[in-house]
Design a protein. Structure first.
Length: 149
């Protein structure tokens, strides 16, 4: 058997329908498009979203309200109770240590420590932001908050 001998299976292929090739073809004159009208003409037919002349849904619905501030900075929240559970006394809390403990996914992510819960261990916190209540709780437990927060 050679490449020239390969053929499709019997009955698996059909000839293309050639429309508009005279009355004897069965699809002559109007080429299977019926009589007159919008759909019989080249490029005819209604566009996507056409609803029979009714105002389309995309035009009936209002645009989204408000706006999105593209200068907004998103911080990952971490509560002091989570720090108390995951860290030992005297540890340094920063992006690398938070990633190592599995609290955040990326060490360079922006983190803000929030004051929910209690903290009993003295920790050194070096993250991007710390809320006022979290700062008060950390310092009350004997820890310290270092800049840039």
């Amino acid at each position: 058997m050679e490449l020239k001998d390969l053929k499709p299976a019997a009955g698996s292929t059909k000839n293309r329908k050639r429309v508009g090739r005279g009355p004897a073809s069965g699809t002559g004159k109007t080429a299977g498009r019926g009589m007159n009208g919008q759909k019989s003409r080249a490029g005819g037919g209604k566009g996507a979203g056409f609803e029979g002349g009714q105002t389309p849904l995309a035009r009936r619905l209002p645009k989204l309200p408000g706006f999105r501030n593209f200068n907004r900075v998103e911080y990952l929240p971490v509560n002091v109770s989570r720090l108390d559970a995951k860290f030992e006394a005297g540890d340094v809390v920063d992006g690398d240590s938070l990633k190592a403990k599995g609290i955040i996914k990326h060490a360079d992510a922006l983190v803000k420590v929030l004051g929910d819960g209690e903290i009993t261990k003295p920790l050194t916190v070096r993250v991007d932001k710390v809320s006022a209540t979290a700062k008060a709780k950390i310092e009350a437990a004997g820890g310290k908050v270092e800049e840039p927060c």
